[in-house]
Design a protein around this ligand. Structure first.
Ligand code: SAH
Length: 354
């Protein structure tokens, strides 16, 4: 086990590290890190030697490699290097009514979804609790800087990796973010490719966070191709797990659907999707496909996205089109780390429109 990093330590961990110091030191460190979002080095109420000792005993886990800003400052992408050299990304997005941080849970991903840049690059390693929590802490500190400070209100587990394939670290990070960083369960969302055992475990937890399922296809044949884990957990099993989740948590479920030209954007796809979404009262999130180096198919046109959306609405489904944030800085969904590694070009079968 590597030594704990700064955000691996919970309150008890800090209490141990501060044994022998005056009792109020714990409060100062805790408030500084968790409520004021400050760096240890800036906690000048502590003596220099104490700050140094703490920084050495509880080092940061993430080294910032680059920070890219787009959308007039409203989207900020961080590229971090972890101990051992793996790299992951975090995206901070400001909207009129909220600020959201999208965190990674793994370096790379083993799920191999054909259209996803992270999937194309393969799996490197799981992230630890401290590495996940620190992404939020660091992004939150940046959000609070500058002339118009913003408070991060939402966290989505939609960055690199499959959160439910790294269940324990992800769930412990969620508990810490909920308890120590005071972000309510309603403002936390886990996005999964559809790992059924993980969904059932989440259903049994006592924190009803939002669940987003990356569906992308509503028939097994197509989903097997786009999201290969479907061969292990096909749609009927996945939908049953989703129903259990909704019954247990009463949280709204959402389905993510990347719009792929000629592949899953036909009216028949909308009908099949509606058949799955309606009984679960699931909200459908259409994501214009972001281009990735390893997938030689285009995103659906704007007209096609509008027509598909209209069809879903006509069929009684709640639907929104996700805005494409950060496209020009490779910070959009499924695009993270695109361009860092060259990948082979996969050519998925196109389907004829119906
Ligand atoms: N592994 C998790 C979370 C990571 S991806 C999951 O699969 O849900 C977050 C979302 O972006 C998923 O819905 C994913 O399918 C989608 N996505 C991946 N690649 C994309 C691309 N090139 N364009 C649009 N969305 C993409």
């Amino acid at each position: 086990m590597p030594p704990p990093t700064r955000y691996d330590l919970d309150r008890d961990g800090w209490s141990e590290l501060l044994a022998g110091e005056q009792r109020f030191r714990l409060e100062q460190v805790w408030n500084g890190l968790y409520h004021q979002g400050r760096d240890l080095a800036d906690l000048t109420t502590l003596s220099g030697p104490l700050r140094e000792r703490l920084a050495e005993a509880a080092p940061l886990a993430l080294t910032e490699v680059t920070r890219s800003v787009s959308d007039g400052g409203d989207t900020v992408k961080f590229l971090w290097e972890l101990q051992g050299g793996a790299r992951v990304e975090t995206v901070l997005m400001h909207y009129a009514d909220r600020s959201t941080v999208c965190v990674s849970t793994q370096a790379g991903c083993a799920m191999a979804c054909s259209f996803c840049a992270t999937g194309q690059a393969g799996f490197e390693r799981h992230l630890g609790v401290g590495e996940i929590v620190e992404q939020l802490a660091r992004a939150r500190a940046v959000a609070a800087e500058g002339p118009t400070p913003r408070r991060v209100s939402n966290v989505v587990f939609m960055g690199m990796g499959e959160p439910l394939a790294n269940y324990d670290a992800t769930w412990t990070a969620i508990r810490r973010i909920h308890g120590d960083m005071e972000i309510g369960a309603r403002h936390l969302t886990v996005s999964t490719v559809g790992l059924v055992p993980g969904i059932l475990r989440m259903a049994a937890e006592d924190l009803p966070v939002g669940l987003a399922v990356s569906l992308h296809a509503a028939d097994d044949e197509l989903r097997d191709e786009l999201v290969p884990i479907n061969r292990k957990y096909p749609l009927d099993v996945l939908m049953a797990a989703c129903q259990d989740y909704v019954d247990a948590t009463h949280r709204r479920l959402s389905f993510e659907w990347a719009m792929i030209d000629g592949v899953n954007d036909r009216f028949v796809d909308a009908e099949r999707l509606a058949r799955l979404a309606r009984p679960l009262r699931a909200h459908v999130n259409l994501i214009p496909l972001n281009p990735t180096p390893g997938y030689a198919v285009r995103g659906s046109s704007g007209n096609r996205v509008r027509a598909f959306r209209g069809e879903l609405e006509r069929l009684g489904v709640n639907v929104t089109v996700r805005d494409t944030r950060g496209t020009e800085i490779d910070a959009a969904c499924g695009q993270l780390r695109a361009g860092h590694e060259a990948t082979a070009v996969a050519r998925p079968r196109r389907r004829s429109a119906t």
